[in-house]
Design a protein around this ligand. Structure first.
Ligand SMILES: C[S@@+](CC[C@H](N)C(=O)[O-])C[C@H]1O[C@@H](n2cnc3c(N)ncnc32)[C@H](O)[C@@H]1O
Length: 236
């Protein structure tokens, strides 16, 4: 049997089922935001490359966020960095509604949203070498060993994400599950297109100033979990 690093099983990216679509309660405001704002700030999924400059109405460094949750972090970062474009991907309808509401309330002209499986979006819509960065904050940890195959950060998807980054672009993951943090470090260190930005170069990064403490992070901190940031950069 091939000796692969932790979590780097030779899965095709199509085989990652990283989420369970929960029905979830939609508030009236989220329902209304989905109905009225998705046509404005949403980008429909299509199995064809997306023209990012056309989608945002300008050419600017574009950051992809996978799994925005309720969108508070996305909105905070986008408001703080108006010169960058932010493309948020989320499958959970109440979360998409909540993010859309924040975009409208805060007049965030630099955010667009895709409500679809991020694996398919990255595979089919994001052109190679097009992203300045990727944020994956507190992805579902899938703690049981038999569910590790459902974790987003694994070999095939890491290679795909790296291919979508511009040279010098970054992939920033954060988690409050130590085992997943180790997997992130091992998988990304094994990806030849990437190098660790941390010092020393085999470790975790300090939390970058742009990342606020997220909702799920707070939940983890209350449970006594640690938090680990992993920031890798696409090689030239
Ligand atoms: C644990 S939550 C974290 C949310 C947020 N990043 C935070 O830190 O508060 C993970 C989110 O990722 C979303 N998600 C998981 N897999 C996904 C996928 N393949 N495509 C899009 N969203 C996904 C889930 O629906 C969920 O909202």
């Amino acid at each position: 049997m091939e000796n692969l690093p932790h979590g780097a099983a030779r899965l095709t990216t199509q085989s990652i089922r990283s989420f369970v679509l929960r029905q979830g309660r939609m508030s009236p405001a989220q329902t209304q935001a989905l109905a009225t704002l998705l046509p404005v700030y949403g980008i429909p999924y299509q199995a064809a490359p997306l023209d990012l400059a056309a989608a945002f109405g300008r050419a600017a460094p574009t950051i992809l966020e996978i799994g925005c949750g309720m969108g508070e972090t996305t909105a905070r970062i986008a408001a703080a960095l108006p010169e960058q474009n932010f493309l948020g991907i989320e499958v959970h309808a109440p979360g998409v509604g909540a993010l859309l509401k924040l975009i409208a309330e805060q007049h965030l002209a630099n955010v667009r949203v895709i409500q679809h499986d991020a694996v398919e979006v990255v595979q089919n819509m994001i052109p190679p070498g097009s992203l300045a960065g990727v944020h994956i904050f507190f992805p579902d940890p899938w703690p049981k060993a038999r569910h590790h195959k459902r974790r987003l950060i694994q070999g095939g998807f890491a290679a795909l994400l790296a291919s979508r980054l511009q040279p010098g672009g970054y992939l920033h993951c954060a988690t409050d599950w130590e085992h997943y943090a180790q997997q992130m470090l091992e998988v990304l260190s094994a990806e030849p297109q990437l190098q660790n930005s941390a010092h020393p170069a085999d470790g975790y990064a300090p939390r970058p100033a742009y990342r606020p403490v997220t909702k799920f992070e707070n939940r983890g901190l209350k449970l006594g979990h640690g938090v680990w940031d992993v920031v890798f950069v696409r090689k030239p």
